[in-house]
Design a protein around this ligand. Structure first.
Ligand SMILES: Nc1nc2c(ncn2[C@@H]2O[C@H](COP(=O)(O)OP(=O)(O)OP(=O)(O)O)[C@@H](O)[C@H]2O)c(=O)[nH]1
Length: 208
């Protein structure tokens, strides 16, 4: 069984827990405990493969500080960065978080990236509050393009299908990313083994 680890990041009140609870239970409760870090587990099957999903929903009550990010960025295979479309500050914070993920993973914020990008989905939540919109959908899409990540506007209060689809898309990307990294490790491992064999036996073979 494959283990997939996701982390939800974003400003306080952006709706991280609401998005996650919607995905896990199909429900919108309205109020969510936000004074502790939570780790949710779910078993699911994608493309016939049984997966063990873990999602980290960090407590963000202590503000927008960098230290909240450090643990989940190290731990997670993929990220859901949530902002509230009716709160521009949360969008600016999402922008910072995207940069911090890239920096922590050793990639420049906007520069050329690896062929296989870090699996991230930027989510503009609270789409039902479009009368109070402070962030245009195009801005979210442009930010996602700049960081080469998925993008989706949703309403945890009203949608299930879009939220479920975005999780599925991200999990598929994580599966591809993990496979890509494992293949690269295997390839560089066999390359250094070939080099070692060459170093040990290569010269002797020449002199025979
Ligand atoms: N109208 C509307 N309200 C939402 C939506 N999603 C979440 N909320 C409300 O926004 C508030 C914050 O939601 P949470 O899910 O607790 O947000 P959070 O990002 O987990 O917050 P912290 O745990 O404090 O970081 C709650 O009152 C939710 O009911 C949405 O899609 N639409």
């Amino acid at each position: 069984m494959n283990d997939i680890k996701l982390a939800l990041l974003g400003s306080e009140g952006a709706g991280k827990s609401a998005v996650l609870v919607r995905f896990l239970t199909k429900r919108f409760i309205g109020e969510y405990a936000s004074n502790a870090n939570s780790l949710y587990r779910k078993r699911l099957s994608i493309e016939g493969r049984l997966l063990h999903l873990e999602v980290f929903d960090p407590c963000s009550q202590s503000g927008e500080s960098r230290c909240i990010l450090e643990e989940p960025v190290e731990w997670a295979d993929g990220f859901i960065v949530v902002y509230n479309i009716s709160d521009r500050t949360s969008f600016l914070n999402a922008q910072n978080i995207l940069c911090q993920i890239k920096e922590a993973r050793g990639e420049s914020c906007k520069g050329e990236m690896d062929k296989m990008d870090i699996p991230i989905c930027l989510v503009g939540n609270k789409q039902d509050l479009c009368h109070a919109r402070q962030v245009f959908e195009e801005e979210g899409r442009a930010l996602a393009q700049e960081h080469r990540c998925h993008f989706q506007e949703v309403s945890a209060a009203e949608d299930y299908l879009e939220i479920s689809n975005l999780f599925t898309k991200l999990i598929r990307h994580v599966m591809d990313h993990l496979k890509y990294r494992a293949d690269r490790r295997r390839y560089s491992g066999s390359k250094s083994m070939a080099k070692l064999i060459n170093n040990v036996f290569g010269k002797r073979r020449k002199s025979v």
